[in-house]
Design a protein around this ligand. Structure first.
Ligand code: PSV
Ligand code: MN
Length: 396
């Protein structure tokens, strides 16, 4: 790498952080069952401990995403405990994820439920989540809805859209000036006929209508196969409506596979759209990078280290692109030269620069090897194995 490229990579490394999800450390599985892991986290404290450990080894995960029902089961009452854990494990609460899909009352939807009392319950839960986020000094409230229907003719799609519109406005009205409401979309699952917020266009319209602090959240697993995600990213950037990501990879649907395991070049193209936007406009894009993965075959902490270091690696490769040369090639319709900017950057080995950067910051050059050698996994396995063995994992 020449010195310009190295400089761009170092600048990228200085600013790249990615949030890890609390649920990535817990026993999760497919709908057919869970394969329990002896070291999986069972308590919120264990999740904070694991997340703090990943941050300690990588230096790029200062925040942990929290899911209301799973991590703050007592609602506002849980706030003190979260603050204590945050101090103890040196990782801050990040995005707050209301849970509008798990309770029995949400069988036919939350904000889109035909029953007004259930829509009101969902709205109140979201207001409580915003209040909790405020107490925790969390900026982003990430809204994902399982709402939809399984059979044609069973739901009034336009009516439900109106309910979403009204209720998201009401949620937005609760935000403090520095908070944001992120609206996530997903084409299907658990609903298999229609989903109320199925794609980025629907999320964009609802976010725009909700108010200026509402933005769109792109979960990379929430697209149909072959969809051009980087184009969606480019459009949302140009509309100033891209709020954040839930990163993961997939081969078929929302598979929750490790970022970059199937198509690292797509992640590169997504990151490049963001860096190119910043290069062109001269201002940073205000985007929350978050992971949304939970692994049931790989070791959870290993998988998380692998994910965040892969994200860092691909981000650094995207920073290698010489945007001035790229722009000139594009303007001259020099297709091969333009495309080569991408291909050469993607093929550039930035790992030595990343290792030096880690070393200069006091982090291990190779976080995965450090993790395998430092004894943390042995310790938590001993502490947690008995409890994990007692968990029932059956599907039915
Ligand atoms: C739904 O598939 C989703 O992507 C939402 O972001 C949820 O909060 C998360 O997964 C739960 O794992
Ligand atoms: Mn998600």
């Amino acid at each position: 790498m020449d010195s310009h490229k190295t400089e761009r990579v170092l600048q990228a490394l200085e600013r790249f952080n990615i949030e890890i999800p609390s649920w990535g450390f817990a026993n999760t599985g497919s709908r057919f069952g869970k394969f329990l892991q002896p070291a999986a986290a069972n308590t919120v404290e264990e999740k904070f401990s694991d997340a703090g450990h990943v941050h300690q080894l990588t230096g790029i995960c200062p925040t942990i995403a929290l899911h209301m029902q799973w991590d703050l089961p007592e609602g506002v009452q849980s706030v003190n405990e979260i603050q204590r854990l945050s101090r103890a494990y040196r990782v801050r609460p990040g995005s707050i994820n209301p849970n509008l899909f798990q309770n029995q009352c949400y069988k036919f939807g939350s904000l889109g439920n035909p029953d007004k009392s259930i829509r009101d319950t969902a709205l109140q839960h979201t207001k409580d989540s915003i209040e909790i986020a405020r107490s925790l000094q969390s900026r982003d409230i990430s809204m994902w809805f399982a709402d939809g229907s399984n059979y044609p003719g069973t739901a009034n799609i336009r009516q439900r859209k109106r309910w979403f519109d009204e209720n998201l406005k009401a949620c937005h009205a609760e935000l403090s000036a520095n908070q944001r409401l992120l609206v996530e979309y997903k084409p299907f699952e658990p609903a298999f006929y229609h989903t109320d917020i199925a794609d980025w266009g629907m999320a964009l319209l609802l976010a725009r209508s909700a108010g200026p602090q509402a933005k769109v959240l792109v979960d990379t697993g929430h697209h149909y196969l072959a969809q051009n995600i980087e184009q969606i990213v480019a459009w949302l950037l140009s509309e100033e409506m891209l709020g954040g990501f839930h990163f993961n990879d997939r081969r078929y649907a929302d598979d929750d596979l490790t970022l970059g395991s199937i198509d690292p070049y797509q992640v590169f193209r997504i990151f490049h759209e963001i860096l190119y936007f910043e290069w062109e406009t001269g201002r940073p894009a205000d985007i929350a990078y978050m992971i949304d993965q939970s692994h049931n075959l790989k070791g959870k902490i290993e998988a998380m280290i692998q994910t965040v270091t892969m994200a860092q690696l691909i981000f650094s490769k995207a920073a290698v692109v010489d945007n001035a040369a790229l722009t000139e090639a594009r303007d001259n319709c020099d297709l091969v030269r333009a495309e080569s900017q991408f291909q050469d950057a993607f093929a550039t080995d930035t790992r030595p620069t990343i290792e030096e950067w880690r070393d200069s910051k006091g982090y291990p050059r190779d976080p995965m090897t450090a993790f395998r050698e430092n004894g943390y996994l042995d310790r938590i396995t001993k502490e947690r194995a008995a409890r994990n063995a007692g968990i029932v994992s059956s599907y039915a």
